[in-house]
Design a binder for this molecule. Structure first.
Ligand SMILES: [Mg+2]
Length: 441
């Protein structure tokens, strides 16, 4: 007997049918010494009862010639119940015609009497092998299915517990989505999402600065995202109640049975508005809400390098409110602030979108006129000066508020400091020559 045969016998339950009790005892003792369990029956009727009652046997070893119900009838009845159940027979030389009949009925093995117990064991092992292996495989499979179920459940629990909205997609589209994502969209299942929305990309709102992809399925939409970029990708999405939120989008790729994308979206709406506000505050003057000196300085620096690279020209104008100290002294600082705010609004409205207006400090302001040569700049600023003079900058002012301007054009040889110095000189000249006028240099 091989080690494999012994191992196999150890796991099987045998239904042994024999009417001669001395043979039954000796054979059953030997089988029991190796097999997991051996149950004896004295004839076919007893055997069938045991088979029907228990059903957990792996093999039937049966004699042929027996009272009440012989082996052939037993085999027929077993075959009616289970066409593939392992059966082996023990038969004498004198009963050889039974052997042929048994083979026709589909028995799987035989051992001649007097029984060579070693041969019987080998036959039992061989005949039951298929069933035992199949049973083991079934157990293994059901354990595997259970394991996969547990792991899938665990994975879903993990996905559902995440703060982010998560979806997993392969070439056919999204196959897994977490509860938070469905809740955000007010949907119950992934099927609802596919029915009502189609591709996940249809959720993204088209807007500058946010990722958007048109008329594509999930796969194309996600594959389209440039994963190599270092900069963050943002999307805007509307929830079931119509509230728009901003999300940082992350796509990870993994390869298993094809390409999968793991899409995760973290809500950064409050962060984004906070950082937008901080950015705004850093660049704007708190009184007039126009750009501040710091922003103008960095803008002009960029404009100078742009100008040098693409041979663009631009002009700048600096202005100062005439006798502003008198306004404050006569009418109070509140009126002074009012004048500053209203001048800012008037000038901003007068300028084009591409021009920049900044408060330089106190009652001094700076204007950058994009793509404007000095002659044109002078004309425009002169018109602006007249416009300010004609405007009411605060109620009950006895005299009109006027401003003095210095204007100059950027020259290729200029540094930022030289350019600013020149416009300052032009403004100084305008002041010195009687105010309420424009001087160009
Ligand atoms: Mg017999």
């Amino acid at each position: 007997m091989t080690k494999e045969e012994i191992e196999l016998l150890k796991s099987i339950q045998v239904l042994y049918v024999e009417d001669e009790l001395d043979i039954q005892k000796i054979t059953a003792d030997v089988l029991s010494s190796v097999c997991k369990k051996v149950v004896c029956a004295n004839n076919g009727v007893e055997a069938l009862e045991l088979f029907d009652a228990d059903g957990d046997f792996d093999i039937i070893v049966t004699d042929i010639n027996m009272p009440k119900m012989d082996g052939i009838t037993l085999i027929k009845k077993i075959r009616e119940r289970d066409n593939t159940f392992p059966i082996t027979i023990t038969t004498a030389h004198t009963e050889v015609h039974f052997l042929q009949e048994s083979i026709d009925l589909g028995v799987n093995g035989y051992t001649l009497k007097p029984i060579d117990l070693k041969k019987l064991m080998k036959t039992v092992a061989k005949v039951s092998e298929g069933r035992v292996l199949r049973k083991k495989l079934e157990i293994f499979n059901s354990e595997l299915i259970q394991k996969v179920k547990e792991q899938t459940f665990e994975l879903h629990s993990i996905l559902d517990s995440q703060e982010s909205l998560i979806a997993v997609s392969n070439i056919d589209g999204i196959h897994t989505i977490n509860k938070r994502f469905l809740d955000f969209l007010g949907l119950n299942s992934l099927d609802d999402l596919k029915k009502e929305i189609g591709s996940i990309c249809n959720i993204f709102i088209k807007e500058d600065g946010y990722y958007f992809s048109e008329n594509l399925n999930d796969m194309c939409c996600l594959a389209n995202i440039d994963h190599t970029t270092n900069s963050d990708i943002f999307v805007k999405m509307k929830n079931f109640a119509g509230i728009i939120s901003i999300f940082k989008l992350n796509v990870n790729i993994y390869e298993y049975n094809g390409t999968h994308f793991i899409l995760s979206l973290s809500d950064i709406t409050s962060l984004k508005s906070e950082s937008d506000l901080l950015q705004y505050q850093a660049n704007h003057d708190s009184l007039t809400q126009i750009y501040n000196r710091q922003y103008f300085n960095s803008f002009i620096k960029t404009e100078i390098s742009r100008s040098l690279r693409y041979s663009h020209l631009f002009s700048i104008a600096m202005f100062d409110i005439d006798h502003f100290k008198n306004v404050n002294d006569t009418y109070g600082h509140d009126i002074g602030d009012e004048v500053l705010k209203n001048i800012s609004t008037i000038v901003k409205t007068y300028l084009r979108d591409t021009d920049i207006l900044a408060r330089w400090g106190g009652e001094e302001f700076m204007i950058l006129l994009a793509e404007t040569p000095i002659s044109e700049a002078f004309t425009k600023i002169e018109q602006l000066r007249k416009h300010i003079e004609a405007s009411t900058l605060a109620p009950n002012l006895k005299e009109p508020v006027t401003v003095s301007f210095g204007v100059t054009e950027f020259m290729i040889s200029d540094t930022k400091a030289e350019l600013l110095k020149r416009v300052d000189i032009a403004l100084y000249q305008a002041k010195n020559s009687g105010r309420n006028q424009v001087v160009k240099i």
